[in-house]
Design a protein around this ligand. Structure first.
Ligand SMILES: Nc1ncnc2c1ncn2[C@@H]1O[C@H](COP(=O)(O)OP(=O)(O)OP(=O)(O)O)[C@@H](O)[C@H]1O
Ligand SMILES: [Mg+2]
Length: 268
């Protein structure tokens, strides 16, 4: 640990140093890999990016209204599209001028941020959370030409609960909270029913997005999940793999990604 860079955790008033974009390594994703991973929202010319632009407006509006800085993305059960949504929301948010978008892969047991963007590395966020390093410059990767910095996990051989439940994780989140107003932070979270991780993380976010998978997530699962996450605030729900047909509220054709739309639970 570098004393100059990250003060000791023993000095409880000082936390971890969250690097600026220029302090993390630059990374240029392969466009073909992004397409294969369904990360489409970097370009507003991509037809499938349209629903994400709409979602971005809603999310920013609600975050601004609530003074929110840290948003989690979760779902009742696995595989609903949390990481897909997180990656694309991050990509579309990164097009906003004057914003810094930070994404942390906190689904430690089923991490996929590295795979979604084609990142390879040694020191993942799990190593930082485990206390093996305090230097987040080793973890962060700034996506070239954007306002987006990614903090992936590379291995899932660690027990996630001790990484999330201790004072170190609390100090880490507090460190994020002192970043400037221009910063938007997304946590890719585990599903609620998998284990306790989502509930622990929900205790640290300002609000969360609930991903609902069309045809697989039922109302009881959503209600039960939201109850388990209380008192965390639900920013809204997002209906994924939505087979809109005639009822598609936006009337768009989304090409290969046609089964996606946003479906906020709150009225505007
Ligand atoms: N609307 C969609 N259109 C196309 N592909 C999608 C869509 N939603 C999800 N996918 C794909 O489905 C797969 C599972 O989605 P994803 O990994 O985002 O789920 P998850 O909720 O994060 O799962 P886990 O609980 O394992 O973390 C991924 O390959 C993702 O790219
Ligand atoms: Mg995931």
């Amino acid at each position: 640990m570098s004393d100059q860079f990250a003060p000791s955790l023993k000095q409880r008033s000082v936390h971890f140093r969250i690097p600026s974009a220029s302090e993390t390594a630059l990374f240029t994703p392969d466009p073909k890999l992004l397409e294969a991973q369904h990360v489409v929202a970097f370009s507003n010319r991509h037809l499938a990016s349209r629903p994400f632009s709409l979602l971005r407006s809603q999310v920013v509006k609600r975050m601004t209204a609530g003074g929110h800085r840290i948003i989690g993305v979760t779902s009742p059960a696995p595989g609903a599209g949390k990481s897909f949504l997180t990656a694309n929301l991050a990509a579309t948010l990164s097009r906003l001028p004057g914003k810094q978008i930070l994404v942390f892969d906190l689904d430690i047991r089923r991490a996929s941020l590295a795979e979604n963007f084609g990142l390879v590395g040694e020191t993942g966020l799990e190593r930082f959370l485990a206390g093996e390093t305090d230097d987040l410059r080793k973890v962060g990767r700034h996506v070239e030409g954007t306002n987006l910095t990614l903090y992936p996990c590379y291995s899932n051989d660690l027990d996630s609960m001790p990484l999330l439940a201790g004072a170190r994780f609390t100090a880490f989140v507090e460190s994020l909270r002192v970043l400037g107003d221009d910063t938007i932070i997304l946590f890719d979270m585990p599903p609620v029913f998998a284990n306790d991780d989502a509930m622990v993380i929900a205790g640290h976010v300002d609000a969360y997005l609930m991903v609902i998978e069309q045809g697989r997530t039922n109302q009881k699962q959503v209600v039960d999940s939201m109850r388990l996450l209380e008192p965390a605030e639900c920013l809204g729900s997002v209906l994924n793999r939505y087979d809109g047909g005639m009822a598609d509220p936006y009337g768009y054709s989304y090409g290969g990604y046609g089964k996606y739309t946003d479906y906020f639970s709150k009225e505007d």
